[in-house]
Design a protein around this ligand. Structure first.
Ligand SMILES: *[C@@H]1O[C@H](CO)[C@@H](O)[C@H](O)[C@H]1NC(C)=O
Ligand SMILES: *[C@@H]1O[C@H](CO)[C@@H](O)[C@H](O)[C@H]1NC(C)=O
Ligand SMILES: *[C@@H]1O[C@H](CO)[C@@H](O)[C@H](O)[C@H]1NC(C)=O
Ligand SMILES: *[C@@H]1O[C@H](CO)[C@@H](O)[C@H](O)[C@H]1NC(C)=O
Ligand SMILES: *[C@@H]1O[C@H](CO)[C@@H](O)[C@H](O)[C@H]1NC(C)=O
Ligand SMILES: [Zn+2]
Length: 513
């Protein structure tokens, strides 16, 4: 990966930023006027929601006003982080939550709003280094939520090859005590491997890939037995494994300065007061960004699309309940959505007919991506939702591609608990192909979002063409199911089909297995 190869493109985007800055920023009063919902009082009769009428109310100008507001909010994070951010625990995230809450509150009694607070772990790695033999590793990446090395100082030891994949405690030789465990990726989560190394007294652990690429992983839920853990590319690991198998010594220095903190953060959930509460259409976006930047595309775009659709929906009546969620802690590993689904009583689970995930709607080098959620591998109804997206792009003469439905965003908890789901996206750190350039424009060979998880995910990092298109599609999905679930499968089970577990390697943006 490494975006740094894409510097020329970043410069081009910066040019757009300068152009954008020439648009006069609206004063608060003007913003208020642009965004005022011309909502009529709730006692007045409203037409039943209809897709094209709701779609017609989506405008790029309104999305842009909200994006500027969100960027101002991200700047609240500057005091603590020295740059704009909306990461959980930051003033930028607190500001985002207030903004969402206030925006929905202004819509009056059309919605009931609930805050759901939950404990979240938040990890920061300040500095890290891994020396293997005489060389500083190029591919080593500290795992998300890793503890620091002892006293946040470098630790020294020999690399000790762990048997199999380190998924059993007995795979880890006693000789790792005071040394550094060298463990193959696969079969069980990284957190389990780190725990086993820690239990046997290793001072650090390295999980090397079975593919040549680096491993950007996370240890997941912290355990007192975790040790400081790096991911390593298969390419860098190969010559080391060869030496270790010949019983040659490879010494190593591992250093991670990091902290893992427990904080409280909040999901915000708004539900229409009208509509059958036993049959809800649910959709979500995540309110938080990574620490590195303001997250205007990821997922400021989805957050704002939902606010806009929620605002415009108030002009209509609904037959089925509509529930909007803004998740927190997505970037730390889908914490908010996991918590929400895990704490739903069974009878509440069954009321959710489907969940639609809207994460990254406006990538600058976008593709119109649909999660390939089939009924074979997912709860029944997922494929009907996938087909709704396909039909809409077709009807609008737009190209689309399928992407794996593999646990990278907040739909994961829903699928695991039997709730059909799906969604659309416009691309993160993947590379646009030549064929996709022909389909969508933009630039083959570059990331879909060249500022993914970076400081430059700012106001210049959204494409309003794709943002408007996808917000209209979100409006279509809401209007369709809010009007009727005719032809949409009834809910049955509350667990995911076995096939889903085989496809899933991610939990959020990071690998966990
Ligand atoms: C919405 O529809 C329901 C059911 O048809 C009806 O009882 C209610 O009065 C309608 N509300 C509005 C505001 O139109
Ligand atoms: C819910 O959270 C928002 C945002 O933090 C806050 O402004 C609001 O006061 C909270 N509401 C309640 C009822 O706790
Ligand atoms: C979508 O998923 C199904 C199986 O779940 C698979 O057969 C099909 O090839 C996938 N399509 C694409 C384009 O990835
Ligand atoms: C769809 O993709 C084809 C190439 O596969 C391209 O010729 C066509 O112009 C694209 N359509 C749109 C609306 O971009
Ligand atoms: C957004 O995408 C459209 C379609 O590819 C393109 O014409 C436009 O120039 C893009 N806008 C920006 C600001 O990059
Ligand atoms: Zn995201």
């Amino acid at each position: 990966m490494r975006v740094h190869s894409a510097i020329p493109l970043c410069a081009a985007v910066a040019g757009t930023a300068a152009a954008l800055q020439q648009i006069p920023i609206l004063s608060d009063d003007e913003q208020q006027r642009v965004l005022e919902p011309s909502s009529s009082s709730s006692s007045e009769e409203k037409p039943l929601v209809e897709s094209s009428a709701l779609q017609d109310l989506i405008s790029g100008d309104r999305l842009e006003v909200r994006a500027k507001k969100l960027y101002e909010i991200a700047k609240l994070g500057e005091d603590e982080y020295n740059h704009p951010t909306r990461v959980i625990g930051s003033a930028g995230h607190a500001g985002t939550l207030s903004y969402i809450y206030e925006t929905v509150l202004q819509l009056g009694d059309y919605y009931t709003i609930a805050n759901q607070s939950f404990p979240a772990v938040s990890g920061n790695v300040f500095e890290s280094r891994l020396v293997l033999g005489n060389e500083v590793s190029k591919s080593a990446a500290p795992m998300g939520l890793t503890p620091p090395t002892k006293n946040k100082q470098p630790v020294y030891g020999d690399l000790v090859l762990v048997d199999n994949e380190g998924c059993q405690l007995s795979d880890v030789p006693d000789s790792v005590k005071g040394n550094i465990a060298f463990i193959k990726r696969g079969t069980c989560p990284f957190g389990t491997k780190s725990e086993h190394a820690g239990q046997k007294g290793a001072v650090a652990a390295i999980v090397y890939n079975y593919e040549k690429d680096a491993v950007q992983g996370t240890l997941g839920t912290p355990s007192p037995n975790h040790v400081a853990t790096f991911g390593l590319s298969g390419e860098e690991a190969d010559p080391i494994i060869e030496k270790l198998q010949k019983k040659d010594r490879v010494d190593s220095i591992a250093y991670i300065d990091a902290e893992v903190n427990q904080i409280l953060t909040t999901n915000i959930v708004a539900q229409t007061t009208a509509g059958d509460p036993g049959n809800c259409v649910m959709l979500g976006a995540h309110s938080d960004s990574v620490a590195e930047g303001p997250g205007i595309n990821d997922d400021g775009s989805g957050t704002i699309s939902l606010l806009e659709v929620a605002t415009q929906l108030t002009k209509f009546n609904v037959s089925n309940c509509v529930r909007f969620a803004w998740w927190a802690g997505e970037e730390e590993g889908l914490l908010g959505s996991d918590y929400y689904v895990a704490t739903l009583p069974e009878e509440e689970n069954k009321k959710i007919r489907l969940f639609m995930d809207y994460d990254m709607m406006a990538s600058p080098n976008f593709a119109y991506q649909i999660y390939n959620a089939t009924n074979a591998a997912n709860p029944t109804g997922s494929e009907e939702l996938r087909n709704l997206y396909i039909d809409w792009y077709k009807d609008n003469k737009l190209n689309y591609t399928f992407i794996p439905f593999d646990g990278r965003s907040d739909y994961d908890g829903f699928i695991r608990n039997g709730i059909p789901g799906g969604g659309i996206a416009t691309g993160a750190e993947g590379i646009k192909s030549k064929a996709e350039q022909a389909q969508f424009g933009g630039k083959a060979g570059d990331w879909y979002d060249p500022c993914y998880h970076q400081l430059c995910d700012d106001l210049s990092n959204v494409n309003y063409t794709s943002w408007v298109v996808n917000t209209k599609l979100i409006a279509h999905s809401v209007a369709t199911y809010a009007r009727s679930f005719k032809g949409f499968p009834e809910r049955t089970k509350s667990v995911a089909p076995a096939a889903y577990h085989e496809e899933v390697k991610y939990h959020g943006s990071k690998l966990f297995i």
